[in-house]
Design a protein around this ligand. Structure first.
Ligand code: CAA
Length: 299
């Protein structure tokens, strides 16, 4: 495989494009607006600059990697040479189904179609294409250039050969792929989201404050971020939608999202991307400040 198309240039899409280009693949990055693509190239360049300043890559490697990325606002043009397409669009079922119908129509017959979905069924996505054996999940973790895992999800019809190719390809990206089957939340989010939900319940029920909950998990369990900070980092709306997929998929009330999470999202506080969630984020500042609404002592 040589040519990779990445659909969606947001946080996950630009991270995926970054990693593929850095490992020698030609990347066609596709989004609906030129300004989104420009922003993504700026982000990739800045993230590669971090690596240059750390000595992980040279300036020349950065320049060559950047030159391997081309951008497209037409999906049809962007996927026509693809050996593999990785879809990283917004986490919305109908949008993804629509994109996969188009990928099936416009990408070469042999191309593998992967989704970076965090919880939508690969089997359901594959079923709208005429090549369900070539549809698979490639679930990268944020920040993509840093996190080692790719959760490789086999849909109900995904072939052994396609799974093997995607496992090998992930290793070529210096990642550690793990193969899992297609059930709600796969493995990563089936375990992560109930932990985040429980942390929000602990806050909601007044067991402890934001800082205390996160500190317990950081210092007691060696998590790099506490669950509430991690929820802000992932996006509170994304956490809510994944919990709903788990709740619906298993029909078990234990996955029901905490009412506080529902309220916070409905009020428009979605975490880092909106500037506020459980913490308040000021551009340019690395300080972790609890959002005013949660900063009152619970004692
Ligand atoms: N690109 C390139 N390098 C990056 C980067 C990026 N986007 N973001 C961070 N880095 C690098 C930094 O340059 C730094 O490099 P060195 O170690 O060489 O110095 C390193 O990563 C650590 O970064 P920072 O010093 O800025 O900050 P940190 O030590 O606090 O680490 C973190 C930041 C890596 C994000 C860390 O806090 C962490 O691991 N958090 C948890 C992340 C996590 O759990 N991700 C999974 C989320 S779930 C998901 O993605 C899937 C889903 O379906 C919901």
């Amino acid at each position: 495989m040589k040519s990779i198309s990445v659909i969606g240039s947001g946080t996950m899409g630009n991270g995926i494009a970054h990693v593929f280009s850095q490992h020698g693949y030609d990347v066609a990055l596709v989004d609906i607006k030129g300004e989104f693509l420009e922003k993504a190239l700026t982000t990739i360049s800045k993230n590669m600059d971090r690596q240059v300043s750390k000595g992980t890559i040279s300036q020349e490697e950065k320049d060559v990697s950047m030159s391997r990325i081309s951008t497209f606002t037409s999906l049809e043009e962007g996927v026509k040479k693809a050996d593999l397409v990785v879809e990283a669009a917004t986490e919305n079922l109908n949008l993804k189904l629509d994109i996969f119908r188009q990928l099936d129509q416009f990408s070469p017959e042999k191309a593998i179609l992967a989704s970076n979905t965090s919880s939508i069924s690969i089997t359901k996505i594959a079923a709208v294409t005429k090549r369900p054996t070539q549809v698979i999940g490639m679930h990268f973790m944020n920040p993509v250039p840093v996190m080692k895992l790719v959760e490789v999800i086999r849909g109900y019809s995904t072939s052994n050969e396609v799974t093997r190719l995607v496992m090998d390809l992930s290793r070529n990206l210096s990642k550690d792929p793990v193969e899992v089957n297609d059930y709600p939340g796969f493995v990563a989010n089936r375990i992560l989201m109930p932990m985040i939900n429980e942390a929000i319940y602990s806050l909601y029920e007044g067991v402890a404050g934001v800082d205390e909950i996160d500190t317990v998990m950081k210092l007691g369990m060696a998590h790099p971020m506490g669950p509430l900070q991690l929820a802000d980092f992932i996006g509170l709306d994304v956490c809510l939608s994944i919990l709903r997929v788990l709740q619906e998929g298993f029909g078990n009330p234990k996955y029901a999202p905490c009412p506080l999470l529902v309220n916070v999202v409905e009020a428009g506080f979605k975490g880092v991307k909106t500037g506020e969630g459980f913490y308040k984020y000021t551009p340019g500042s690395k300080d972790l400040v609890v959002a005013p609404r949660f900063s009152k002592s619970i004692g």
